[in-house]
Design a protein around this ligand. Sequence first.
Ligand code: ATP
Ligand code: MG
Length: 473
Amino acid sequence: MRPATLRAEGWGWLHAGRRDWAVRGLDLRIEPGERVLLLGPSGAGKSTLLKAFAGVLGDDEGDGTGRLLVDGHDARSTRGRVGLVLQAPDANIVLERVGDDVAFGCENLRVAPEEIPARVAEALAAVGLDVPQDRSTSALSGGQQQRLAIAGVLAMGAGAVLLDEPTANLDPRGVPEVRDAVLAATAGTTLVVVEHRVDVWREHVDRIVVLAPGAGVLADGPPDTVLREQGAALGAAGVWVPGLVPRGKRPPRRAGEPLLAAEALVVGRDGEAVASGIDATARVGGALVVLGRNGAGKSTFALTAAGLMPPVRGRLAALPALAGCLRPEPFRWRSRELLPRIGSVFQQPEHQFVAATVRQELAIGPRALGSGDRAVADRTAEMLDTLRLGALADANPFTLSGGEQRRLSVATALATAPRLLVVDEPTFGQDALTWAALVDLFAQLLDEGSSVLAVTHDERFADALGAERLVLA
Ligand SMILES: Nc1ncnc2c1ncn2[C@@H]1O[C@H](COP(=O)(O)OP(=O)(O)OP(=O)(O)O)[C@@H](O)[C@H]1O
Ligand SMILES: [Mg+2]
């Protein structure tokens, strides 16, 4: 497939209902076959730019200025030349079976039916997704889902492949695997990858481009040059610059009395074990971090610990410091008993936003606890400010960027200051500044005598909280 040229000339985009431009005054030229790592703080407009190049930003979704060109033609008129893999891991899957899902894009582009099976087989081989084509897409692990989505754009025969945070939710072992699959499968194609962590891609791309929020390009050039000459400026803007760690290691916290204890616990769905032999205790003032591969049962354990799923076997008991006069099994508590005791944020909490604005979303928890108007307003304002969501207070939660949505979901759980906070991938998709802000909020919660149980692949987060580690095999 002939690689595509991508060009922005004074391009800008103002999303409908927003005051601030997501991207403005952008001039950029990406040559055929070039491999670009696109960086920038959360909310800088990275996903907006990728969607615009892929021609999926509709005229009714906002106002554009300037020009955005694919091979010299308006990006909106060049469908199929640009393949986009979206930020949300599950947003890319449309069909039930692996083979059909990969073929979907081809069918949409009206590729001749007799040509499609060969394209699908080739694309699956290129990304190394070695499962039968009739395998259910919902049975795939996170890494397999990423490969599936990439296979879909390859099968379309795209001349440019755009990937929005393709490795963000993979376990550490899956990251280089998926990266190498991407590189092998897109050899000769124009490639643009958005990612917050620079380390994974820096040696494999020709160029780094850094977006400044609403202000075009902050830095552009060969990776080593950009990082050497502009590392400090990029760090200040929130880019994760290798070597510039926003916060050092903290000593393990001296945790206090136990709140929740698991003994020989077996967790799973519908009585079928996913992980077993779990022994762990969440304590006052302490953080417990749960690590392990994609598919190891970390989220299932977190759901169980949060009282949202019954244990399969073994023991999971809330101690009096958490349970008070309630019986010890969190699963048997009513939701109004659960709320002040255990707060939780799950893998796609974005699916659970219920209010019309960010501010209202944040107020729901404190209000349900019976706080007065004044206290609710204060707490909400504090969360907005600390998590850099202030400018978005009146925005609809569903229109936030990936990183902004994640911060909002964590903030809604933090807003009620529960005794135990159970969170799944709390730092997913954050830039270095918002990451540090989240760490501060968690540390504050611990200082106030709460406990945090976090499922994460983020070792730095565990270090920064001085967390105890539980590895699920
Ligand atoms: N559909 C939408 N409607 C209104 N505003 C939007 C929409 N999508 C994004 N925005 C806003 O545009 C700005 C840029 O968002 P975008 O998703 O492009 O950022 P990003 O750089 O990808 O951020 P992240 O790293 O958090 O994913 C943000 O302020 C965001 O809230
Ligand atoms: Mg994004």
